[in-house]
Design a protein around this ligand. Sequence first.
Ligand code: SF4
Ligand code: SF4
Length: 157
Amino acid sequence: MAVLSVIKAIAKGLALTAKHIPQDRITIQYPDEPVLIERRFRGLHILNLDENGKEKCVGCYLCAIACPADAIYIEAAEDPRPYEERIGVDRRYAKVYNIDYGKCIFCGYCEEACPEDAITMGPDFELAWERREDMILTKDKLLASNRKISPRLKLIP
Ligand code: SF4
Ligand code: SF4
């Protein structure tokens, strides 16, 4: 009887495998084929700009406070020039904005805490560095204007 039940279990397993053979393959030949990324994916952060190219961040520190990994470092400053001339949407802006990817756990709390939609999580997942110090990305690397989406990924519409 025991042998019979083993044969039955094997037949059941083989039938299940056979059922999937005619179906479309789901393996993606990365990096030769682009990887499909959901829009809610939490990858490398983006520091956003408004429609006039001004930095949205107002240096309020809420993202840094919300970060459970202490991965965000900000130095805020004042830019009293009129809107047309200054770099940010507000007088106050982040002079320094660093994210340490050696600490970040990609939880998205910073994105949720931001009242200005200034920091969001982008689709980039190709994160690899050879040196510890390279894992700290500065504002110029995070700004939306300096970011290029990898040709090896495609956003799901
Ligand atoms: S994703 Fe999470 S861990 Fe990473 S910087 Fe934002 S709050 Fe910190
Ligand atoms: S990214 Fe948002 S939460 Fe963080 S300092 Fe700038 S405005 Fe404040």
